[in-house]
Design a protein around this ligand. Sequence first.
Ligand code: PMV
Length: 313
Amino acid sequence: MKSIQYSAPAKVIISGEHAVVYGKPALVCAINKRLSIKFTPAKKTIYIDDIFPKLERFVLDFLKLKKEKINKIEYSYSVESSIPMGRGLGSSAAYCACISAGLLELFTGREWSKEEINMCAYKMEKYFHKNSSGVDTSTSVMGGLIYYRKEFEFLKTISSLAIKIPKHFIDSLVLIDTGKPVETTGEMVQSVGALYNKNSKKMEIIFNEIEKATKRIIVSLMKEDLSFFIDNIKENQDLLGQIGVVSEKTKILLNDLKTYGVGKITGGGGKIDSSGYILFLCKNKDECIRQLEKKSISYLQFLPSYTGLIKEL
Ligand code: PMV
């Protein structure tokens, strides 16, 4: 048997993080950073990290549930990634997507559908993020611009949108790194959960407002209306601040950069110190980048990717 290699993209949540855990929609875009895993049949499996055997277990359980004949062959594997880790860009989702696709194929000798791979990857992602909505793995598997909504475990809308992010929006966007949050996404989801348990009425109001902002952002993309997009990114950031997922340090940074544009955190966020990446809309990109470089703040270009999970040849 030959080697099997899969790669999957990172993602940026444009709007709807956290609210998506409570059944609200999220708008997410895959980006041009990728993670890939190569599996090669070997005499004995050598795990290069402690988590891998647990993730492998999810694949085996998934296959058992499907009553699939398993040929648990031994293998070695190697991982390559250009996705920054633990900063809200979906590195763990791309990891889960590639492990699911690779091991499902390795243990059964056949390729699996994206829907099935996503189902398996979602179960794995829950190991990392506990009450995860599934938005990250779905976007990594599908690629492109995704509208995601989970009503129940058994009822999820995962729609690939036909619209694209207009070029003049992309040309104004950058991803600013505020640093790796102290908290994991799972812990951030839990902290929002604690606020919800304390005051569910107030949180429902905020989540409803986030839903409206998400929908208005979709309209702004359709109408190619950049100023409407900016208004709603601002609104979204404000609402995320209200649910306690933006640190003081990140708020100060956004305030310092306000002459250059507006931004919002993307992903789980962080409240103690850093909040991961910020999706930032520059008024003038060259000036904005000059300022980031002057302040030694690292950033990435925002480049959408319409390629989801793929088998590398
Ligand atoms: O994994 P992150 O940090 O990109 O965040 C995922 C988005 C959340 O809404 C915070 C959690 C979830 O599972 O939807």
